[in-house]
Design a protein around this ligand. Sequence first.
Ligand SMILES: NC(=O)c1ccc[n+]([C@@H]2O[C@H](COP(=O)([O-])OP(=O)(O)OC[C@H]3O[C@@H](n4cnc5c(N)ncnc54)[C@H](OP(=O)(O)O)[C@@H]3O)[C@@H](O)[C@H]2O)c1
Length: 262
Amino acid sequence: MHGNSNSNSNSNSNDATSTHGDLRGAVRRLCVVGASGKLGRYMVEHALDAGYEVVGVCREKSVHKLADLADRITIHPGQTDDPTVIARAVAGCDAVLTVLVPWGVHDYASGTADAVIEHADAGARLVFSCGWHISKDGKDRYSRRFLAGVWVAARLARLARVVDIDDQVRACRRVFTSDTRWTVVRGSDLEEGESEGLPVWSRHVGDPVLASNLVRRTDFALFMVAAASDDSLVHEAPAIVGRRSVSARAHAATPTAGSPSA
Ligand SMILES: NC(=O)c1ccc[n+]([C@@H]2O[C@H](COP(=O)([O-])OP(=O)(O)OC[C@H]3O[C@@H](n4cnc5c(N)ncnc54)[C@H](OP(=O)(O)O)[C@@H]3O)[C@@H](O)[C@H]2O)c1
């Protein structure tokens, strides 16, 4: 496990409100691409709580899902892979948080990543969401069960032409090789529920701290927002797990917690 999960543990000692206050840094204006979905909405709410000026992009047909927030955020309706929509939305933003979901079979996730990378302001913090199945350096250690699950889900979804997991892999490759200040946040299995605070993270799936493979969706969003002003996460692909999960608590209790490893 990487020591960063330990520095993260330090951040975790704060509750959501104080964490926001500490991590906000210089970021002032923040765009959420995919704002009307479950993760997106949580990100909008956390960013507003933290005092950011928030801009959101969502499909025209989903604008109504943000009706209760309409007087607090600026909404740009449109497909997230539409460069014109993205260019307008991200202009002047210090940070862009992007929900990467590979809908359909026409490179929706790659197109979304490309549009954000191309049009975000120079130096903006770019934070993308995905799952554990994405690997930055090939050093993740997946269980057979996990790999089988991804393989089956990917084949079925592709057959039904609903989702193309390989598109999300390509999208993340583009992010990893881009000349931007990116972070790719890799979510474990998700559940709903009250916030438990900022998740714990590690560089590689397979590290014991991540074994519980579960995080609250609201805390996934909390981590995305926190990453926007945490420079230690630039060019990292943290795999996250709930801070109150069994594995995270077990790790926190071990005497070696706090010593970095590669
Ligand atoms: N679900 C999991 O168990 C899980 C686990 C680990 C990581 N993740 C990651 O978490 C992130 C959010 O995933 P989520 O499952 O929680 O989804 P979500 O937050 O509900 O987001 C889905 C997004 O996709 C949009 N969308 C839905 N159907 C679409 C379509 N046909 N064409 C274009 N856009 C469409 C939604 O917009 P509308 O509001 O317009 O519908 C929304 O912005 C993703 O990056 C995913 O890889 C998920």
